[in-house]
Write a protein that binds this ligand. Structure first.
Ligand code: SF4
Length: 218
């Protein structure tokens, strides 16, 4: 008999999808514990500083079934660090669910099923993690996938713009620019985006507008 996969979970919550082109839809979040990066602006340190809850795959599928209409987002931390994420994605797809995966861009997405909507970070220089990106991922994306730049400064914005041009990113996936609001005024970045007419969408984290100050469960 095969052992049931166990996933190490930081939190499970039902909320509004706050990022990506799916922003605004009801969504069930599975936040997996652990991260291999240490971004300068990280607002999810609890995913690698606090203990995880070992959770059987079946428990997660039961929780998903309690919200049959919701999107499912698998996030972290960095969810691809756990091998159990693959049977989880496959089981959710087999159940006919729309599955989003947020991943930090440092690990290969080669084993992620194509049907999963991948929201791939490309970490900008101010994160301190730009050197950790696995750029081979850029050739593994499908048109329904998304590339997200979290932008802290003009330096980050210029880097993102150069990456878009150099790697022809608009031909590979949808593009998102998300300002770190504590470091960069969104209206200023909106001006840059309009001036350059980049093929990218400005994104504000909807959950932080709806529930300001809440760090977990949103
Ligand atoms: S990848 Fe995400 S969870 Fe990991 S350090 Fe960066 S912001 Fe935090």
């Amino acid at each position: 008999m095969r052992d049931e996969p166990i996933l190490h979970i930081s939190e499970i919550f039902h909320s509004i999808q706050g990022e990506s082109s799916y922003a605004g839809y009801p969504c069930l979040f599975f936040r997996l514990s652990g991260c291999n990066l240490r971004c300068s602006y990280c607002d999810a340190k609890y995913t690698y500083e606090e203990p995880a809850t070992p959770t059987p795959l079946d428990t997660l599928l039961t929780e998903a079934a309690r919200h049959p209409k919701a999107l499912i987002e698998i996030t972290g931390g960095e969810p691809l660090l756990q091998v159990g994420v693959y049977p989880l994605m496959e089981a959710l797809l087999a159940a006919g669910r729309t599955v989003l995966l947020e991943t930090n861009g440092s690990l290969s997405i080669a084993r992620v099923p194509r049907e999963v909507v991948k929201i791939l970070d490309l970490k900008c220089p101010d994160s301190g993690m730009a050197e950790k990106m696995d750029l081979a991922n850029l050739d593994l994306l499908a048109p329904h996938d998304e590339i997200k730049f979290v932008v802290s400064s003009r330096t980050d914005y210029d880097w993102a713009r150069a990456m878009m041009t150099e790697h022809r990113l608009a031909e590979k996936a949808k593009l998102i620019l998300s300002p770190v609001i504590s470091r960069l005024a969104p209206a200023l970045m909106a001006q840059w985006l309009m001036a350059d007419a980049l093929p990218a969408r400005l994104q504000l984290q909807l959950h932080t507008l709806l529930w300001p100050g809440m760090k977990c469960g949103v």
